[in-house]
Write a protein that binds this ligand. Sequence first.
Ligand code: THU
Length: 131
Amino acid sequence: MNNKELLDAAKQVSKNAYAKYSDFQVGACALYESGKTYTGCNVENASYGLCLCAERNAISTAIAQGETSRLTAVAIFSPKTKLCWPCGACRQWFSEFEQGQIIKVILEGKDGNPVEYSIDDVIPNRFELIK
Ligand code: THU
């Protein structure tokens, strides 16, 4: 899928968001080296701290479906704003699955077209577990 198609898939799944507390719907579409894509939306909870972000929902779905190839891109969409940047926790999740390569982070730009950033743009100097 190209960037536009990934962003469209994120837009589509944002319609399923369970965002009754924030009214801020988010959709994400994760692309893997296998060519497969997985989508997720945010899922909120009355205990606010338990809210699940769209990006981590999409990546969790990929893992649950048995995906083992490298995460290559994540598109993120919210009908509430252009440039819906991922939160810090989701950025660290992207980092987990890059396997030493570059992940593209695709957002809806101000003009409505997809814009692309690298993992280093969104999470420079990220945490790595060194034993
Ligand atoms: N949210 C996401 O789904 N992804 C992010 O990267 C940031 C925030 C959701 C969580 C919550 O349901 C709503 O947006 C408002 O914070």
